[in-house]
Design a protein around this ligand. Structure first.
Ligand code: NAD
Ligand code: HSO
Ligand code: ZN
Length: 443
């Protein structure tokens, strides 16, 4: 990543593209391009913060929190929330919110329970046993952004799979700029089984999780989105700890056969565009009149949104209504874009499924709004963005576990394998390997 974000905040509407126009590929490339943010100044700053946290531990955390989050704390106790505080947040919610959060958590838990992989082993004819043992991480760290995009639903989506995986200790960090705590975030942490919460943010929180301080325990993996300082810090500590991914802006690709209410589709596009100005929202159909109708819905409904300005900017820079020729072209586009979210707003979505190779989550049929998946359908909403669905998958239980190979040779098995290993080891000029194997050969 070497580019700096340069947003094309062109005033104007959503792009209209037709697949057979001469400059289609170039315009599609421009829509898909999001190279992230890389800034030497930010990198230097983040490296300095990480080094300082490693050197001074808690004292550095207190200093950065006071400076960057405008707090006035003198001890780590003031940056620590205990279980009683989390429960208090949960109990203090209006019943409607508490019930919705609980219902969502339950559905997310049920879905992720099905992802639990089993350990396995098999026995060979000579009595040797081979297998794979699955074990959870000891400690996971969850970063929850603390600015305007602080999502309680993301607390559930990050912490529940960790809990289901059997992670022994889940540590959450969330900054509290100007001392502002989000009660829903704390209630979600309580419901999802988070063990400890520290009100820390930015690169200093990531450094504390990666290296540990007197108060913050060192974790094995850090998950969760964040701003440029958080993303740069996660990249910097990768290797010391595992990380989930570097999340890009939200994306939605909708395929419509023309049979869905245009207002529904306009709102589905807005639902991701409202996340931020760099979000990507694309609708593809072969029905030109339908695309016109969606365009009309967009123009009419946009002014009704609270985040109208963000949606306008996002649609103007990375939004498009694309008219393709047929299903074959639509499928080629899906696999080319490899979207984070794919809505198949079609009468026969099942028929399309076998041809879809790259997408983070696939929403089937006219009624399955992507927003349902963001909150409560059950599958995870932490998904690969920026085309990375070509090689990666939604966050899941498997991200909080690791596998160990099991090899238990019987005397006969060791003897048999010893002959093979010895020949290969001598071919590599590794005498100790060869002799170690040969000792086990029965004459
Ligand atoms: N992909 C997703 O699912 C998803 C979900 C939620 C949020 N997000 C993204 O997360 C981000 C949240 O950003 P945010 O800023 O609101 O919260 P954040 O928690 O990521 O960052 C806040 C922290 O940044 C640090 N910081 C701020 N200015 C700094 C400076 N000048 N120098 C050093 N450190 C500084 C501070 O320590 C502060 O605590 C947004 O970009 C949002 O789009 C993504
Ligand atoms: N759509 C976001 C992930 O791409 C997740 C989210 C949280 N709240 C609402 N939506
Ligand atoms: Zn969303």
């Amino acid at each position: 990543m070497t580019t700096t974000v340069s947003r094309t905040s062109t005033p104007g509407g959503i792009s209209r593209l037709v697949t057979n126009q001469a400059d289609f590929d170039t315009r599609l490339e421009a829509l898909l391009a999001w190279e992230g943010v890389s800034d030497a100044e930010v990198k230097a700053r983040v490296d300095a913060i990480i080094a300082d946290v490693r050197a001074r531990g808690d004292a550095a955390l207190i200093d950065y929190s006071n400076r960057l989050d405008r707090l006035q704390v003198t001890s780590m106790a003031e940056l620590t929330l205990d279980q009683a505080r989390l429960e208090q947040a949960y109990q203090g919610l209006p019943a409607e919110q508490r019930d919705a959060l609980t219902a969502a958590a339950e559905r997310i838990r049920l879905y992720h329970e099905r992802q639990k992989p089993e350990s396995w082993r098999y026995t060979e004819a000579d009595g040797s046993v081979l297998g794979q043992q699955v074990a959870p991480l000891d400690r996971a760290g969850i970063y929850v952004p603390g600015g305007k995009a602080t999502y309680p639903s993301s607390v559930l989506m990050n912490a529940i799979p960790a809990h289901v995986a059997g992670v022994r200790e889940i540590i959450m960090v969330v900054p509290t700029p100007d001392g502002m705590l989000n009660e829903l975030v704390l209630a979600a942490a309580y419901l999802a089984g988070v063990d400890h919460v520290f009100t820390l943010g930015g690169a200093q929180a990531v450094a504390a999780l990666a290296y540990g301080t007197e108060t913050v325990p060192r974790v094995d993996k850090i998950v969760g989105p964040g701003n440029i300082y958080v993303a740069t810090a996660k990249r910097a500590v990768f290797g010391q700890v595992g990380i989930d991914m570097i999340a890009g802006p939200s994306e939605i690709l909708v395929i419509s056969d023309g049979g869905t209410n245009p207002d529904w589709l306009a709102m589905d596009l807005f639902s991701q565009a409202e996340h931020d100005e760099d979000a990507q929202a694309i609708l593809v159909s072969w029905d030109a009149a339908h695309l016109e109708a969606v365009q009309e819905s967009i123009d009419r409904l946009l002014p009704t949104l609270e985040r109208e300005a963000i949606v306008r900017e996002s649609l103007a820079s990375r939004g498009a209504l694309i008219q393709c020729r047929d299903r074959v072209e639509a499928i080629a586009l899906i696999n080319r874009i490899a979207p984070e979210h794919l809505e198949l707003s079609l009468s026969n979505p099942d028929d399309w499924l076998p041809d879809i190779r790259h997408a983070g989550a696939i929403f089937m049929g006219r009624h399955t709004a992507e927003a349902l998946g963001d909150y409560c359908a059950g599958p995870n909403h932490v998904l690969p963005t920026s085309g990375t669905a070509r090689f990666s998958s939604p966050l899941g239980v498997y991200d909080f576990q690791k596998r160990s190979s099991i090899i238990h040779c019987s005397p006969e098995g060791a003897s048999e394998l010893g002959r093979v290993a010895s020949i290969l080891a001598r071919g590599e000029a590794l005498t100790a390997h060869a002799r170690s194997a040969e000792y086990r050969i029965e004459s």
